[in-house]
Write a protein that binds this ligand. Sequence first.
Ligand code: NI
Length: 214
Amino acid sequence: MEKSEIIEKVAKEIEITFKSDSSGHDWWHMYRVWKLAKRIAQKEKADLFVVELSALLHDVSDAKLNPGSNSLKEVEKILAPFGLEQSFIERIAFIVENVSFSNTLAGKVLTDKEGLIVRDADRLESSGAIGIARTFAYGGKIGRILYDPEQKPKFNDSIHYVSKDGTSINHFYEKLLLLKDQMYTKTAKEIAQKRHKFLEAYLKEFLDEWEGKA
Ligand code: NI
């Protein structure tokens, strides 16, 4: 089977799996990470097949979405029909296991260039206009309030990311605004700068409107 055909088939399966999610991790998140990772990979001259497959699969074992799941089992289940080498499947599973933000907090190390590109693309999804939309969608889903000036942001608290404590605006300070310094590739760093400026402008407007100043 052609590589492009495998990618299309995996994309179809991921579309079905993530169709009904409303936490900001729906199919269209996978779609955007896929497209963005591909763009970065082309600029960075990386292995497109590895990047595209890992991008599509990157949330199949996410702790928030699929608690207690095993990356290798989830990736094997989807890639098994295509007759790919076991070592190749394991490489994709390792990337999937290590891409998420919470895994980084737990201290796991990803050194694979293709994996780092997928991580860059996934992190960029938390910045810019899309990042803002996803922050409020996820916050609403877990019962977070929009904002409370009395509550201060908390840093480096991995449990905090999945609890309803805190506010969506605090999440900007706890995660979104830190992302521009967490990119691996030059291409992603450039995209992150642009998205970061948009976040800052949005926050300023939000806080001004909060006090009736804008
Ligand atoms: Ni993701």
